[in-house]
Structure formats: C-alpha cells, structure tokens
Design a protein around this ligand. Structure first.
Ligand code: HEC
Length: 108
C-alpha cells in the first residue's frame, strides 16, 4: 500500500484506475456500510461543521491536500472536531482508507 499514492484531483482518470485496483484489494469490506455506520452521523448532515459528503467544492478543496493526508487526518483526527478514526474504534486503517475513498467518490 505504501506506493499507493496519487494526486487528487488532478488525475481524475488515474483515480478511476486506482479505484478499481483498490476495489480488488478490499473486496470483502463494504465501505458504504462503514460510512453509514459511523461517519454519516457527521458527514451526512454537516453536524459539527463536518464537510458533507456530496458537497463537491468542499471535497475538491480537501482532496487537494492529497489522499494520503486525508487518510492520515482521518486516523489521527483533525483540529479537535474530526474525532480520531471518525469514532469507528473497530475500523482498521485499511477500512478507514476505503471509507475516505468512498466519501471522495460520492463527492465528485
Ligand atoms: C463527530 C463528527 C464526525 C464523525 C463521526 C466523523 N467525522 Fe470526519 N470530520 C468531522 C469534521 C468536523 C471535519 C472537519 C475538520 C476540519 O476541517 O477542521 C471532518 C473531516 C474529515 C475529513 C477531511 C480531513 C481533511 O484533512 O480535510 C475526512 C477525510 C473525514 N472527516 C473522514 C471521516 C471518516 C472516514 C469518518 C468515519 C469513519 C468520519 N470522518 C467521522 C467530523 C466527523
């Protein structure tokens, strides 16, 4: 996974390719369900001023930080308002990564 790097949102086509590569790696995990289970509470509603999934401009700005940064901020939390691991204590790093991927996919 270390070499799983890319540059959002410049290479939109590259993103599509890496997404399919990624899907093959985490077939057994349902990122949409994981998102609904925890992240949706904030990211579906804008609760605590969370960036709402589906808000294209909001996520385009965040995506510019780079996918790896978004994953890192998800794991460690951000600014005291995005809780570490998005409050999903049971989620593995890999699963959180899949959910961030899903959130970005739903927001472009
Ligand atoms: C308690 C509310 C809450 C929950 C639950 C939550 N988030 Fe967040 N999230 C936030 C807020 C608020 C921000 C904006 C933080 C900021 O920009 O200062 C944020 C930001 C983010 C970002 C953008 C990080 C960045 O660097 O800009 C990602 C990615 C993210 N959340 C993923 C997730 C995932 C994945 C989950 C579920 C596993 C989750 N969040 C659950 C509140 C939440």
């Amino acid at each position: 996974m270390k070499k799983y790097e890319r540059f959002w949102p410049i290479y939109i086509f590259g993103v599509l390719l890496t997404c399919s590569a990624f899907a093959a790696e985490s077939e057994d995990y349902d990122a949409a369900a994981g998102y609904q289970a925890t992240c949706f509470a904030c990211h579906g509603t804008g609760q605590a001023h969370a960036p709402v999934v589906g808000d294209l401009i909001e996520w385009e700005i965040r995506a510019e930080k780079g996918f790896e940064t978004l994953v890192k901020n998800t794991i460690s939390g951000l600014n005291g308002i995005m809780p570490a691991r998005g409050l999903c204590a049971d989620c593995t790093d890999q699963q959180l990564r899949a959910i961030v991927e899903y959130m970005l996919e739903e927001s472009k």
